[in-house]
Design a protein around this ligand. Structure first.
Ligand SMILES: Cc1cc2nc3c(=O)[nH]c(=O)nc-3n(C[C@H](O)[C@H](O)[C@H](O)COP(=O)(O)OP(=O)(O)OC[C@H]3O[C@@H](n4cnc5c(N)ncnc54)[C@H](O)[C@@H]3O)c2cc1C
Length: 409
């Protein structure tokens, strides 16, 4: 259904998952006005999860890379989308409704969708060479080349992306050490039971886990690096990948009047606070999460995609409810598939269903302090995930979710 204002010019800044899905959604839902998609990268939009998974292990042939593009120039042209790649937005005037670009030009808008995502948090340690970070296709290609040397690697950061890189490195025969100041780095998301199993999984595959120990410096150069730890020890390595989180791309919005902080603050309908007809979606957006009762900036594929669809629907006259997140995340760790829906309340409790070592699969049902279910983590159990997702959405109590999972074959 198209709205009475479907002739408005929509400008989308950020040509990745959220931006691409937003323009596709607008056209699919009948938006007839002009659409401009602006991206800082010279690349056609591509998917990021494969950068630490399949692509890292691929042969980097043109076909392998093409398989992870989110769209094609032809498809965007056919959809009537004006594409401006390789040019970053450098400023925003919300009164004149103009986006300024790095090439000195500017683009006027009726509606602006901010989808500039995030970058890898820069490494505080900068030796002459040998430190890699992962956010872009070029980063993934550079890391893949390094892994193929089979030389020792230190991964700083034991989150999902760091451990996926570690798993790929082990596959190339690298001697791998993962360092993280937190004792069980993934516990915040998956809870201590699954986090402990994941540490064991990496060790069984030959990666060393140095958890609960922080890095104080990285010195030397590619091929001869020293990673200094806060327990006084040093790891000699050829290269290091630093994966210590990400920061939202909001520099270009300074002085625009939008409410910036950890991302672009929006209301519950993803409208940027501080300007009319401006939305923020994907990794750059911070919005009031209805279930959690706090402002959240998610860095997850499904959220970016869902928010794009939500705003496209809103702009074509189709939503009245605030955005409700599915909070779905997945990770591949060696041959294990980890899935999470919802969230884990650190003040709540968790119930474990099935024994990973014995059954090869498990689920953890998280509840908040009041005993209400907030999320579920599964390992190698897609049927369990689907069942839990349905029961969570139906508002079933935690005991029922646990009981139904226990009965599932
Ligand atoms: C290695 C890796 C693995 C991942 N694996 C998973 C996974 O397994 N599961 C999962 O749920 N999620 C995963 N994610 C997260 C997921 O990819 C992100 O949530 C998703 O890419 C967010 O999309 P986005 O469009 O909001 O932002 P981004 O993908 O960050 O894209 C933002 C785009 O905006 C551009 N941009 C930035 N500033 C400007 C500017 N000023 N002007 C113009 N353009 C600009 C950037 O160049 C970029 O192309 C992974 C991410 C990475 C990096």
């Amino acid at each position: 259904m198209s709205s009475p204002q479907s002739d408005r010019h929509v400008v989308v800044v950020g040509a990745s998952l959220a931006g691409t899905r937003a323009v596709e959604g607008l056209r699919a839902l009948g938006h007839a006005g002009h659409i401009t998609l602006i991206g800082a990268e010279a690349e056609l939009p591509y998917d990021r999860p494969p950068l630490s998974k399949d692509l890292l292990k691929s042969d980097w042939s043109d076909d392998a890379v093409a398989g992870f593009r989110l769209t094609s120039a032809e498809a965007l042209t056919a959809a009537g989308v004006e594409l401006k790649l390789g040019v970053a937005a450098t400023g925003l005037d919300t009164v004149a409704r103009v986006v300024r670009l790095a090439d000195g030009t500017s683009v006027g808008y009726d509606v602006l969708i901010i989808a500039t995502g995030a970058i890898a948090r820069p490494s505080p340690w900068r030796p002459e060479s040998g430190v890699f970070q992962l956010r872009t296709l070029a980063d993934s290609r550079a890391i893949a080349e390094q892994l193929r040397t089979g030389a020792p690697l230190v991964v700083v950061g034991g989150g999902f992306i760091g451990t996926e890189i570690a798993a790929a490195a082990v596959g190339f025969g690298c001697s791998v050490t993962v360092v993280d100041p937190v004792a069980e780095p993934m516990a915040r998301i998956v809870g201590p039971d699954v986090a402990g199993s994941l540490v064991g999984l990496h060790e069984r595959h030959g990666a060393q886990a140095r958890f609960g120990v922080g890095v104080t410096d990285i010195r030397g150069k590619l091929g001869a690096l020293e990673v200094l730890l806060d327990d006084g020890s040093t790891i000699d390595t050829a290269a290091a990948v630093v994966g210590i989180g990400s920061i939202p791309c909001i520099d270009w919005l300074e002085g625009s009047g939008l409410t910036l902080g950890n991302g672009v603050l929006t209301d519950g309908m993803l409208r940027a606070v501080g300007a009319d007809d401006v939305f923020a979606i994907g990794d750059v957006a911070r919005w009031p999460h209805p279930g959690r009762g706090v402002e959240v900036r998610a860095e997850h594929w499904t959220n970016a995609s869902d928010q794009a669809r939500y705003v496209a629907t809103a702009l074509t006259g189709g939503v009245s409810e605030p955005y409700g997140s599915t909070d779905y995340v997945w990770s591949d760790q060696y041959d294990w598939k980890v899935h999470t829906i919802g969230w884990r309340d650190p003040n709540g409790s968790s119930a474990l269903v099935r024994d990973l070592a014995r059954d090869g699969k498990t689920a953890v049902v998280h509840s908040n302090g009041a005993g209400e279910p907030t999320g579920v983590v599964t390992v190698n159990w897609v049927r369990g995930l689907n069942l839990a997702r349905r029961l969570l959405a139906a508002g079933d109590p935690a005991e029922r979710i646990v009981a139904e999972l226990e009965q599932l074959a």
